[in-house]
Design a protein around this ligand. Sequence first.
Ligand SMILES: Cc1cc2nc3c(=O)[nH]c(=O)nc-3n(C[C@H](O)[C@H](O)[C@H](O)COP(=O)(O)O)c2cc1C
Length: 341
Amino acid sequence: MRALSDKTKALMARGTEFLGSEHAIMCGAMSWVSERNLVSAISNAGGFGVIACGAMTPALLDAEIAATKAMTTRPFGVNLITMHPALFDLIAVCSKHRVSHVVLAGGIPPKGSVEAIKESGAKVLCFAPTLALGKKLLRSGADALVIEGSEAGGHIGPVSTSVLAQEILPSLAADHLVFVAGGIGRGEAMAAYLEMGAAGVQLGTRFAAASESIAHPAFKKAFFRASAREAVASVQVDPRLPVIPVRALKNKGTEEFTAKQVEVAKLLDAGSVDMGEAQLQIEHYWAGALRRAVIDGDVENGSVMAGQSVGMVTKEEPVADIIAELVGECDAALAQRPVAA
Ligand SMILES: Cc1cc2nc3c(=O)[nH]c(=O)nc-3n(C[C@H](O)[C@H](O)[C@H](O)COP(=O)(O)O)c2cc1C
């Protein structure tokens, strides 16, 4: 990789110092995808890998962290879902391994969780869906924030990355570390967010189909074929039956999910099921669906979670090449900016 310009280095400096990585590029945790192979490859290539704990038990997480440590000596993080019933046991596993960074995802961290992570000396990153919540999370001890727009793959909020960045970076980025995620596919976008004050960026979709990713060849092929417009957010059909939006590639599963909601709503109208049962049927529809797509390669019925940047994923590439390309594009974009008087 060619040497980076001073401008790029300067804009990434706060992020790289915080992460302990060469570049301020995080690979966001992706359930089933972000395991030892991808995470170590990202960190070894100068980025910052994050293990997706997802629904793992503490014993499984223990084994995954140990295996990742055997594959890289560079720092990496662990992403924990706040509503995991064994959250505090998972935090204890991270502490035991002296994991340097823990990312709390999936909602407001429960009381005592941020403190428990910090006691081990680890840094805490939290997702901030709004400016007010971002401020609250920083007051509660978060060391850095991730803002993720609705272009992203996986579970998403309602607001786009460009709007979140404009709402949050001008208020918080001067004094706090904010990483921007969602829809970033090229280094020019990275350059723009760094110039707006971001400490760094987080990408998922660009890395999900990398050579080192254990995702099934059929999952990767679906990524190479898809365009941005095929990565759609799941739709809620009936206001009584809440659906947490997920961005994934359109397939038989996404179509049938819509039909399932209509069917359950009709059962509810007819009084054949009560509200609890109806909501359970909706929630359970996607259980195991990401695993089905990523591991089993069932890209028709499984959930092929992908962000809108999927159109920029056209071939299988080693992580190091993707990172080199992103950083090169970022550098070139910054080099073209007029020099300040
Ligand atoms: C297949 C897939 C699975 C994901 N799983 C998780 C997850 O388990 N936890 C999480 O916090 N984010 C998850 N994400 C979001 C990523 O960590 C990351 O923030 C997002 O992909 C960034 O946006 P991008 O897809 O536009 O690059 C997932 C994304 C994808 C594509």
